[in-house]
Design a protein around this ligand. Sequence first.
Ligand code: PXG
Length: 451
Amino acid sequence: MTSTADFQAIDAAHHLHPFTDPGDLARKGTRIITRADGVFIYDSNGNEILDGMSGLWCVNVGYGREELVEAAAKQMRQLPYYNSFFQCTTPPAIELSEMLSEISPAHINHVFYTCSGSEANDTIIRMVRYYWACQGKPTKKAFISRKNAYHGSTIGGTSLGGMTHMHKQGDLPIPGVYHINQPYWFGEGFDEDPNAFGVRVAQELEAKILELGEDQVAAFIGEPIQGAGGVIIPPDSYWPEIKRICDKYEILLITDEVICGFGRTGKWFGADYYGVTPDLMPIAKGLSSGYMPIGGVLVADHIAETLKAAGDDFHHGFTYSGHPTAAAVACANLKIMHREGLVDRVATELAPYFAKVMQPLADHPLVGEVRTTGLLGAVELMQDKSSHQFFENKGAAGTLCRDLSIENGLVMRGVGSTMIMCPPLVITTEQLDLMAERVAKTLDDAAKVLL
Ligand code: PXG
């Protein structure tokens, strides 16, 4: 059997990892995850670690689901691959499209398949501009997004996203993408009433539309709750105000459901949670619980009908759009979610329990705020909470805490100095207790170094 040291040496010699400083990783050595079951992952040294991040926000039904393995094997035996170009498709892609239309809002009944969330957002840029051109409004091209948003890592996804460290590499964003402030009350509006703050930052959208001209603006895009940006949960006033503005100026609304979709908030989609009706929803991750790479764009009827009436091809698509094996696994995944009532279970049982076990951590001397919605959670570290003072080097505090967390048997991510969590939707209340215990122990350990 290959030893951990051998694995690490080979990895360092040949593998460039995403979002990683390759020199630093080669010195430290990669953690090699060899298997997983339920909510636990196991590394090559035999450590059992509670996966508080569902892989990367995706393993909603948990690890070790034989049904998904079977769905893939069965489909691969029957028809491992065929494309959905040239007037063709496959039964799993058909079945999945219908299942998606059943769970999505009533006016959303079409899907365009991709392999990832990034490709979904690139698809959206092209589809939205084409839609407006078909509507006789070809000047409506601009996208308005938020600072610190994450919409993927392709050129389109990075541009729509608002991460400046990503923009610096590769001369991005592309022209025609504008970023307004995020609804990050704890970090950027702490001295205001949260709902007044929510309305104020939402109204930056209106100001930007007026600045650019309504006839230039195609769409607004936002994650219902920002994930990679640090689980930023907007005040309740935010999304209704955004929707009002989009309607007023005839701007398409895109809710990026790559993280919030598929039960994460206790509703099928984040848009349902906030009671807003989007025109387009990029999806990925929880669609297959990460068992297969598959994503897509859920498309509202008025857009789908416009494309159908255009009399031209939509010149866009991927070899693996509607991949039958990935689609078969996604269908099986959604069947598990229905059968086990996972979305309702999050809403009625797990979300309240998660909030209950996490909230007491707000009293910890290192913690400024604890926030949760559904099974998304954040614990924000602070140098001095009495004076609302953040750490000078937020990243160092978060990284230290993340590393300690893994030593304590819990995968928790650090975004700046915010520790974030997103456990599988099959986690039990006992396992949530264990998770909260490990977070508490990690905070104690981190406080010894940081305070
Ligand atoms: N939109 C959102 C809201 C996402 O969270 C994407 C699009 C892109 O999906 P793909 O499948 O292309 O990765 C994402 C992905 C992190 C992290 O550090 C988050 C994501 C991906 C990688 C890292 O939290 N989210």
